[in-house]
Design a protein around this ligand. Structure first.
Ligand code: GLN
Length: 222
């Protein structure tokens, strides 16, 4: 009789990692900050892996209860219209907005930056968290074929410029609040901004293996 296949799932399960011989750190130190990754759509796995490499305990956030124990939150890249709709459907938009406004350190990448923005440079409305005082332009660098990798000097990131990937990326069209810091720009357009505990990048730092922004985010949570 063939034995029943072992089923793997649960909180720290990362699909495929065990089968491919790669594992995320299975043991996290007791004092590892717990970082939620909004896991409705987009490049969730890449962020989970980057966080684990940086010594955080990553957890997926799919419903309000998942927010309870997180020390920080990542809003990943993907498709902001889809993530927005799913946030509404999961009844997460309001609770998330409240937690972030209440001080939850949050890091958004690409579609994450779009979702965090207060305004978009477009007519069509879409659900937004609206916690970052900027007006953002979606797909600002062009279409999918105009996506590019580059290295970019970012204020506060020591050493060589960072390796980053712009994939149908936005930029900040206008900074709306006086306390928004611009940490990097491309062609004069802000692509890394921070307002207090909310950090956003127009690019994907989670796909290049250059973890310095994730590391700083995690270190600041300690
Ligand atoms: N263009 C996408 C959007 O508008 C964002 C792309 C990305 O996250 N890589 O939501």
């Amino acid at each position: 009789m063939t034995p029943a296949p072992v089923r793997w799932s649960g909180r720290d399960w990362v699909p495929g990692e065990r089968l491919s011989g790669r594992t995320t750190a299975p043991e996290f130190p007791a004092d590892a900050p717990v970082v939620g990754v909004l896991a409705l759509q987009g490049d969730v796995l890449e962020h989970l892996r980057a966080l684990a490499r940086c010594g955080a305990r990553p957890v997926r956030v799919r419903r309000v209860a998942d927010l309870e124990h997180v020390d920080g939150l990542i809003v990943p890249g993907g498709e902001s219209t889809t993530i927005g709709k799913l946030l509404v459907r999961a009844e997460l938009l309001e609770p998330l907005r409240e937690r972030i406004t209440g001080g939850l350190p949050t890091f958004g990448t690409c579609a994450g930056m779009i979702l965090l923005s207060r305004e978009l440079d477009q007519e069509a409305p879409q659900p937004l968290l609206g916690v970052l005082g900027v007006r953002t332009r979606r797909n600002a660098f062009g279409r999918q074929v105009d996506s590019f990798d580059t290295s970019l000097a970012i204020a506060g990131v020591a050493g060589e410029p960072m390796d980053v990937s712009f994939i149908r990326a936005p930029w900040v069209e206008e900074v709306l609040d006086g306390d928004v810091e611009v940490l990097a720009s491309v062609d004069g357009k802000p692509v890394v901004v921070r307002q207090g505990h909310v950090l956003a990048t127009a690019f994907h730092p989670e796909v290049t293996g250059d973890d310095r922004l994730h590391q700083r985010f995690v270190d600041d949570l300690r």
